[in-house]
Ligand binder design. Sequence first.
Ligand code: HEC
Length: 95
Amino acid sequence: MKIFLLTAIMMAAATAATAPDGKKLYMQHCSVCHGDKGQGGAGANLKGKLVHPGSKAMFGIVKHGVAGTAMPASDLPDKDITKIVTYVQQLHRAK
Ligand code: HEC
């Protein structure tokens, strides 16, 4: 029983480590250009008026990048991109 519990705890810890949340992913992959709060910098300000505000369009932008600009395509798994988009939508709504 003890061993079973220990295994369960270790598996839960491993899952947490391999499933970073949207904020973490954003800080790792996007904040260099878009700022730690989405305020912009080298990249677009994500708090102001967006060219493509919808989650679906944003997913496409993050996955494929914007050709001819510094905005890069991402090779992250779709589920991570979805997390980032959810986080960016939160940043965008936050004042
Ligand atoms: C190397 C710098 C750079 C990085 C890294 C980067 N971006 Fe961008 N991003 C840009 C630039 C520049 C634009 C503006 C493109 C344009 O002119 O259309 C942009 C545009 C965008 C837009 C479109 C904004 C609008 O008005 O609709 C979104 C959303 C976005 N980025 C999200 C992200 C996310 C999320 C990440 C991390 C996965 C990321 N970007 C990483 C530079 C970057």
